[in-house]
Design a protein around this ligand. Structure first.
Ligand SMILES: NC(=O)c1ccc[n+]([C@@H]2O[C@H](COP(=O)([O-])OP(=O)(O)OC[C@H]3O[C@@H](n4cnc5c(N)ncnc54)[C@H](O)[C@@H]3O)[C@@H](O)[C@H]2O)c1
Ligand SMILES: [Zn+2]
Length: 349
């Protein structure tokens, strides 16, 4: 069954979720985009799986298409690849009225969206997320960007797509690892905003009803983003578990993937906040039971001292303190300030 969610960010756009949607993509694109030409931007893996179909559909719907393929992986998410794609668009003669279709995971979305936002000072783009992470997280909110040698996502823009089409059939080719990576963000979304959804996850409703759970994640993220499009405050709650997650990723040399690190990070902050009396008793256990039942690692490999040092180095804003997101109970989030000098003691419970 097809679900459509309106995201009220930028000019507003539809996020459509369901099985078999790649077969309708041309028609959907034509209904929201005036472009004559579309540059499809995808990685080497997704290219083999889905790009032919997408191009066929777009062509049948009157678009002239071009395709740019980069080598799959985070290592491609940089200014060099972006520059090559920007040149490619110029060579294809794309004008201000034309568009980009980003097809793939969060890397395609972040980098393709970034290129669309700066090409001729910004052209339309649509997202076709093919990982769970991209579907529930990176394709909503309008953050685009690439990494530099100094760190992740250091260059970017806020740029909203005209349409997002999430065909859940594309998850059939995702390995268990990539599903788990995205599922951590699903758990996070429920933990900060919906006790009901958390309960549904505890009852194993995800696999039976994936479109529905994705729709709820997208609705929640859409609402949070709508209230704080440029990330000045409220949107911070989406970073639940992420302070330690970034430190864990960094300390593992990126061997522990983002989602797995988020799972551990959510457990670390909740154990601490519950021990400090900030979180309703029993919350940590519910979170632990859900996370561990899906086979995630629950403790970091690196010692806490190292993680606290990494968190201090990683901070994006100045100051001697860090703002930590915690949950007073399942379905609610709050933010507290902790001095960097007290971070170790806070977590060491
Ligand atoms: N903009 C945001 O708000 C936001 C939020 C969260 C994460 N991100 C970014 O998202 C990126 C991570 O996303 P990701 O994990 O989707 O990365 P990704 O795009 O690299 O995809 C992961 C891997 O899955 C493969 N893949 C994609 N779809 C597939 C499919 N259907 N079947 C088989 N293989 C498939 C890709 O080729 C790639 O090797 C990071 O760069 C992160 O910074 C952005
Ligand atoms: Zn995340």
């Amino acid at each position: 069954m097809k679900k459509k969610i309106r995201i009220n960010a930028g000019d507003g756009y539809d996020f459509v979720i369901g099985g078999g949607l790649l077969d309708e993509i041309g028609r959907m694109a034509a209904s929201v985009m005036d472009a004559r030409r579309i540059a499809v931007f995808t990685d080497s893996t997704v290219n083999r799986l889905y790009a032919d179909k997408i191009e066929d559909q777009l062509r049948q719907a009157r678009f002239k298409t071009y395709r740019y393929v980069y080598e799959a992986g985070e290592q491609s998410k940089n200014l060099d690849t972006t520059a090559q794609f920007l040149d490619f668009m110029s060579e294809c003669g794309l004008t201000r009225g034309d568009a980009v279709a980003v097809l793939g995971g969060g890397v395609a979305g972040d980098m393709g969206g970034f290129a669309a936002s700066v090409y001729l000072r910004g052209i339309d783009f649509m997202q076709i997320p093919t990982t769970l992470l991209a579907s529930v997280d990176s394709s909503v909110g309008g953050k685009t960007g690439v990494d530099t040698k100094y760190g992740k996502n250091l260059v970017g823009t806020f740029w909203q797509p005209s349409l997002v089409v999430c065909d859940t059939d594309t998850f059939d080719s995702l390995g268990e690892d990539l599903m788990l990576d995205g599922f951590a963000e699903v758990i996070k979304t429920a933990a900060i905003k919906s006790d009901k959804m958390f309960g549904d996850l505890e009852n194993g409703l995800f696999t039976e009803n994936m479109s529905d759970i994705i729709a709820r994640c997208v609705t929640i993220k859409g609402d949070v983003v709508h209230d704080d499009e440029k990330e000045s405050g409220l949107r911070r709650i989406l970073n639940f578990g992420h302070t330690m997650a970034h430190a864990i990723e960094l300390e593992s040399g990126y061997k522990i993937s983002h989602g797995r690190a988020v799972a551990i990070g959510m457990l670390m902050i909740t154990r601490a906040s519950e021990a400090h009396g900030l979180t309703e008793a029993g919350t940590y256990k519910r979170l632990y039971d859900l996370i561990s039942s899906h086979g995630y690692q629950t403790e970091p490999d690196a010692p806490l001292e190292k993680l606290c040092e990494a968190a201090r180095r990683d901070k994006k804003s100045g100051g001697s303190f860090i703002k930590l997101v915690y949950i007073p109970k399942i379905g609610e989030a709050a933010v507290m300030k902790v001095d960097f000098d007290e971070l170790y003691d806070f977590y060491n419970v």
